[in-house]
Design a protein. Structure first.
Length: 285
């Protein structure tokens, strides 16, 4: 079975494209295409599909791993609804390269209320970014009809400190800034991330921390934008972008370098394009 890198290289060469040309067509960096083809990094399933589509090919997955048996949830109307849609949820997760879907939190404990979220712990490819996590959560929400949070197994922390145990962060600076200014803040943070990565990669602790804090800034700025403005770009899971701020600020992703890599290399170009369109829309009004 060919590796994702060799599959991508063969498709690109068959289409007569250089790495730079494929990168432009797929809104991806040439350095990322090179890393995928050499096997230094592995693309997520959605990213591989996008790259192959840019070369004129369609990705088809013909072999899937049978889902593992699941333990019954405590009986409740919500657990029965989840159980009745289980196959749809598992199929959805599988499309994103995930497996071993587990329910935790209030639903698993049997004390969920009408306003509880559905918390899912999932084995996902190591390079699964914030936007992909948001899209999975949004699609599960459409199936079960309740707010959903998807947590990658790889992102579970090894330290015993719970989220926020080290103290909160108020993030109230800049109150009253206009939407155009908030969008400019996001654009500036994305540009700063690119400059950080010119100095080194994410395995460098200093670069990692600098990029992480810029992503926190992005989440803060997006959280202050009007919902009706963000609705103009429905393809972006904005709620997960905002949630990213809390998760990164409180080190929820300490052990998941792959999540940060995928967010930076795969998700930020898409986010930057959406921000630019929103800025244009505001200027034209």
């Amino acid at each position: 079975m060919p590796s994702p890198g060799s599959l991508l290289r063969e498709a690109r060469q068959h289409a007569g494209l250089t790495q730079a040309e494929l990168a432009r067509r797929s809104a991806t960096r040439q350095s990322a295409v090179s890393a995928y083809e050499t096997g230094r990094r592995g693309p997520s399933i959605p990213t591989l599909a996008r790259l192959l589509a840019a070369a004129g090919f369609e990705l088809r997955l013909e072999a899937v791993v049978a889902p593992r048996p699941v333990t019954s949830l405590p009986d409740s109307p919500l657990s029965r609804r989840i159980a009745s849609r289980r196959d749809e949820i598992v199929s959805l997760i599988d499309r994103y390269g995930g497996s071993n879907v587990r329910v935790f939190g209030s639903v698993a404990r049997g004390d969920a209320t009408a306003i509880s979220d559905l918390d899912l712990l999932v084995d996902l490819p190591s390079r699964t970014g914030i936007l992909t996590l948001g899209r999975i959560a949004r699609e599960v929400e459409a199936i079960v009809g309740i707010a959903t949070d998807v947590v990658p197994e790889a992102s579970l922390r090894t330290r015993g400190q719970g989220p926020g145990a080290g103290g909160g962060s108020s993030a109230v600076s800049g109150r009253g800034r206009r939407p155009q200014e908030r969008l400019s803040d996001v654009r500036a943070a994305i540009d700063a991330i690119a400059r950080h990565l010119e100095r080194g990669d994410l395995t460098d602790p200093l670069v990692f921390d600098a990029v992480r804090m810029r992503l926190v800034e992005i989440g803060e700025a997006v959280g202050a934008l009007p919902t009706e403005l963000l609705a103009a770009e429905p393809a972006i899971p904005w709620r997960e972008v905002v949630a990213m701020r809390h998760k990164l600020a409180h080190h929820d992703f300490d052990t998941a370098l792959g999540i940060l890599e995928a967010t930076v290399h795969d998700d930020l170009p898409e986010l930057a394009a959406a921000i630019e369109r929103l800025q244009r829309g505001l200027r034209d009004t």
